[in-house]
Design a protein. Structure first.
Length: 139
């Protein structure tokens, strides 16, 4: 299913309609205010807007987040600017955003794993039987 069919399907679901109404009420149309329509800027503006309005999106799963972004972009371009979406450009930008998020997540996981291994290794040598700093006393 391509993006156009997916947006049409999303627009027919009640919970997405309610979400879109809440987001419009909170300033969705002001998420992107430039007159130059650049898809990366629009996507980043929508992502920042959704980040500021987390309380409305928190009931949705992370797999639905891309659908919400596409729905918001469609709403901004069709209602505010009266322009038809170029779905190929939108797909490219969304793939770029997903890939950059994937790389960021992978790097954080590698960093966390490295730190865990480092501290486990370091702590094995911290507490040894021949520690001169620890004095056994009887109370």
């Amino acid at each position: 299913m391509n993006n156009k069919e997916q947006i049409i399907e999303i627009r027919n679901k009640d919970y997405y309609i309610k979400l879109l109404n809440r987001l419009r009420h909170n300033g969705l149309y002001e998420a992107f205010t430039d007159e130059e329509l650049d898809y990366p800027k629009i996507v980043l503006g929508v992502i920042n807007f959704l980040n500021e309005n987390k309380k409305h999106v928190k009931n949705f799963q992370s797999k639905d987040f891309e659908k919400i972004i596409m729905l918001c972009i469609d709403e901004i371009l069709t209602k505010k600017y009266n322009i038809e979406i170029d779905y190929e450009k939108l797909e490219i930008v969304l793939d770029l955003v997903k890939n950059s998020y994937l790389i960021k997540t992978v790097l954080l996981r590698v960093k966390d794993t490295f730190l865990k291994v480092y501290y486990k290794y370091k702590c094995k040598f911290c507490i040894s039987q021949n520690d001169d700093d620890i004095i056994n006393t009887e109370i």
